[in-house]
Design a protein around this ligand. Structure first.
Ligand code: BGC
Length: 387
């Protein structure tokens, strides 16, 4: 036990130094699961031989989560924690099996980014019953008291930044606005939309924008603040399910249905980078679209290239180094028997979950070098045409 405490204190010191400056990330990984344990160094293994920290991420099919995986493996590995990263691959059933597998390996802390925020409640309740401390990562798990902490980016600010970017890059009135949202099973999709709506709605009400693709949003366009149910109605119509193919076919259907006055110079609220690239490609291919401004989020490599090339207008940089480091610092506090530092709470329909929130950065052609290259997140050589 003494040895374990010592290793935790050592790990905490290492995490503290990592929080000051993390190494660069890699989005390349083909591994399904990864266990890090530095052989021969007793401070890197748990005293009882069990796995200490289990991480469950939604899918390997989106570069966003591979960025998080790389950060976890680096930070936890360097800090000397035994850990395993498992992917749910879009399935709540797989997610539950993953959680059960980690519980059976004796984890003390579970860091989980839910595939479906409501469905994940059952899995984390099992973890909680087994004495595991649960940290919801990036996406809040709803409808349960089995979430101990939440580590997240400021998702409302993401939506505001996307909406504000469209506003700042629009002149005149009657500009067609195409709205897209994330998956209705993801609490974040609501927060992103809520943030975007908070700035876009006044500009719809004053005639700057005309909603082009959502009768549900049109029906509610005079309401500055929407209830969760009202947002659900709109999101139900414009959801991409966080899926590139859904985004592509919806955009195609919208442009096929659009009248001539909804073409020309248009604005597009795209919820994240993967969907933004799909939607941008569809709009770029339509000869009746003369120009478009499209949002994004995550600063995925492919979208950073799109931004450099002028094919995507902006992305939001969510520094996964910070989020992973914050989660690990939280895990260290928990393993050390301390109460982790939090700065806000998020209500998950049952409890107010203590949360640690991280700021976001808007990335455009103008600051891509400073935000993503000079900060050490990516290498300049990973892109072409960087000034
Ligand atoms: C995350 C985004 C991500 C999206 C799709 C959201 O919960 O916050 O960063 O793009 O899920 O995976």
């Amino acid at each position: 036990m003494k040895k374990k405490l010592l290793s935790i204190i050592l790990a905490a010191t290492m995490v503290a130094s990592l929080l000051v400056g993390c190494g660069s990330s890699s989005t390349e990984s083909s591994a399904d699961t990864t266990t890090k344990e530095e052989a021969g160094d007793t401070t890197t293994s748990s005293a009882d031989g069990d796995l200490q920290v289990g991480i469950v991420l939604p899918t390997k099919d989106e570069p966003r989560w591979l960025q998080d995986q790389a950060q976890f493996e680096q930070i936890l590995g360097d800090a000397g924690f035994t850990n395993q990263v498992l992917f749910s691959q879009g399935s709540s059933a797989t997610e539950k099996t993953n959680v059960e597998s980690l519980i059976s390996q004796g984890i003390d802390v579970l860091i989980i980014c839910a595939q479906d925020g409501a469905a994940a409640a059952a899995a984390v309740e099992e973890a909680k019953d087994a004495g595991v401390t649960v940290i919801a990562y990036d996406r809040l798990i709803t409808g349960t008291d089995a979430v101990d902490y939440y580590v997240t980016f400021d998702s409302f600010a993401v939506g505001v930044a996307q909406g504000q970017y469209l506003i700042d890059n629009t002149t005149g009135t009657g500009v067609p606005l195409y709205l897209y949202a994330g998956a209705a099973t993801d609490n974040n999709a609501f927060i992103f939309f809520e943030g975007a709506w908070s700035v876009l709605q006044p500009k719809i009400a004053d005639g700057t924008f005309v909603i082009a693709n959502s009768s549900e949003a049109v029906a509610l366009q005079d309401k500055a603040e929407l209830t969760r149910d009202e947002m659900a109605t709109i999101i139900g119509q414009i959801t991409t399910d966080w899926d590139f193919n859904v985004a592509k076919s919806k955009a195609e259907a919208h442009l096929t249905a659009a009248s001539a006055d909804m073409k020309g110079d248009v604005r597009i609220l795209a919820p994240n980078d993967g969907t933004a690239r799909s939607i941008a490609d569809v709009f770029a291919a339509d000869t009746d679209i003369t120009s478009y401004v499209v949002t994004g989020q995550d600063s995925e490599k492919a979208s950073v290239q799109y931004v450099i090339d002028g094919k995507q207008s902006m992305t939001v940089f969510k520094d996964t180094r910070t989020l992973a480091a914050d989660s690990v610092a939280m895990a260290v506090s928990i393993l050390n028997g301390e109460t982790p530092a939090t700065d806000t709470t998020y209500n998950n329909e049952v409890i107010d979950v203590p949360a640690k929130q991280t700021d976001i950065v808007v990335v455009t052609q103008e600051n891509v070098q400073a935000a993503l290259i000079d900060s050490g997140y990516y290498e300049a050589s990973e892109f072409t045409g960087l000034e």
